[in-house]
Ligand binder design. Structure first.
Ligand SMILES: C[S@@+](CC[C@H](N)C(=O)[O-])C[C@H]1O[C@@H](n2cnc3c(N)ncnc32)[C@H](O)[C@@H]1O
Length: 287
C-alpha cells in the first residue's frame, strides 16, 4: 500500500466532511490535521508532500469523527478567536462570533469619544467572557464586570480571564439583577443576549444546534431576554454620558428598535449595521 502523504490525508478528510454537509470542509480538514499533529500553518505547508506521521493517526480519526457528526470545529480544538485573541470554548458556552466584535468596537469608541476616564462597564450574558475580557484588555483603566446565569459558562469565562491576565469581576445571576440592590451604575452596558426566535431553533444549522439553548433561544418573538434586559439597563445605566450596545439580528430589529424607543425616551436609539450591511446592533446612547 502506498504511503499516505499529508496532502492526500487532507484531501480524504475534506471529502468525508463535504459528504456530510460541512460548509468549509477543506479549511476544517487542514485545521484538524494541524491540531492532531501539533503543527502551525507554516509547519503544515512544509510537510504537505511528506508521509503523514502514523503515531497521531488514531487521535486524528477521533477528531474527524466528531466533526463528521457535526460537532463545531471550535469545540473539537477547544478554542475560538475573538478580537485577535484565542479563547477557550466548550459546550458550556456559545462560540464567540466575528460579528460580535462590533460590540467591543462600539464600547471602545464611545468611551474614547466621550473621554471617560476609568469607565465602569458590564457585559451581560458573558458566555466565554470574550467581550468582557477584550474590553478589559483594550481599556486597562476600565472596571469591567460580567454576569451570566450559567455557572458552567462562568467557569470557562474565569479560565479565559486568568489565561489572558484580564481583570474582570464575574458574577452569577439573572441579567443585571446582581447590581440591583447596590444601586450600581455603569457608563457602558454591552450584551449579546439570546435572541433567536423559538420556532427557528429546530431549523438551526447542525453545529449551532450543539451550542447551549440557553445562549440562543429568545422565546416566541426573540425578545424574552431583551425585555427584562431593557428594564435592568434603565436602572443600571448612568443617566448621562452613558451607552448600551446590544447585539440583535435582522428578524428582530424592528420590534427591538420600537421597544427601545418606548423604554428609553430620553436616549438616542439607533440600529447599527455590520460590515456585511446586516442590522446587528442596537445602540442606546445618553448625553
Ligand atoms: C448569545 S450568548 C453570548 C455569549 C457571549 N457574550 C458571546 O457573545 O459570545 C448569551 C449568553 O447569555 C446567557 N444568559 C441567558 N439568559 C441569561 C440571563 N437571564 N441572565 C444572564 N445571562 C443569561 C447565556 O448563558 C449565554 O452565555
Amino acid at each position: 500500500m502506498p504511503v499516505q502523504t499529508v496532502s492526500s490525508l487532507i484531501r480524504s478528510i475534506t471529502s468525508r466532511l463535504s459528504s456530510v454537509g460541512v460548509e468549509d470542509a477543506g479549511t476544517d480538514a487542514r485545521l484538524l490535521v494541524r491540531h492532531a499533529f501539533g503543527w502551525s500553518a507554516e509547519q503544515q505547508l512544509g510537510r504537505l508532500v511528506d508521509p503523514a506521521p502514523v503515531d497521531r493517526l488514531d487521535l486524528l480519526e477521533l477528531l474527524v469523527t466528531r466533526r463528521v457528526e457535526r460537532e463545531p470545529l471550535q469545540y473539537i480544538t477547544g478554542s475560538a478567536e475573538f478580537f485577535r485573541r484565542r479563547f477557550a470554548v466548550d459546550p458550556r458556552v456559545l462560540i464567540p462570533r466575528p460579528e460580535t466584535e462590533q460590540l467591543v468596537v462600539q464600547a471602545i469608541e464611545f468611551v474614547r469619544s466621550r473621554g471617560i476616564d476609568g469607565p465602569r462597564i458590564v457585559d451581560v450574558g458573558t458566555g466565554s467572557g470574550a467581550i468582557a475580557i477584550s474590553l478589559a484588555l483594550e481599556m486597562r483603566a476600565a472596571a469591567v464586570s460580567a454576569t451570566d446565569i450559567s455557572a458552567g459558562a462562568l467557569e470557562v469565562a474565569r479560565q479565559n480571564a486568568a489565561a489572558h491576565g484580564a481583570e474582570v469581576e464575574f458574577i452569577e445571576g439573572d441579567l443585571l439583577d446582581p447590581f440591583a440592590n447596590g444601586g450600581d451604575k455603569f457608563d457602558v452596558i454591552v450584551s449579546n443576549p439570546p435572541y433567536i426566535l423559538h420556532d427557528a431553533m429546530p431549523g438551526l444549522q447542525a453545529e449551532v444546534a450543539r451550542e447551549p439553548a440557553l445562549a440562543l433561544d429568545g422565546g416566541n418573538d426573540g425578545l424574552d431576554v431583551i425585555r427584562p434586559l431593557f428594564v435592568g439597563i434603565r436602572a443600571a445605566l448612568k443617566s448621562d454620558w452613558s451607552a448600551a450596545y446590544i447585539e440583535i439580528d435582522p428578524p428582530i430589529a424592528d420590534p427591538v428598535f420600537e421597544l427601545a424607543g418606548k423604554e428609553f425616551p430620553n436616549a438616542s436609539v439607533s440600529l447599527l449595521t455590520d460590515l456585511a450591511g446586516l442590522t446587528r446592533c442596537l445602540a442606546i446612547e445618553l448625553g
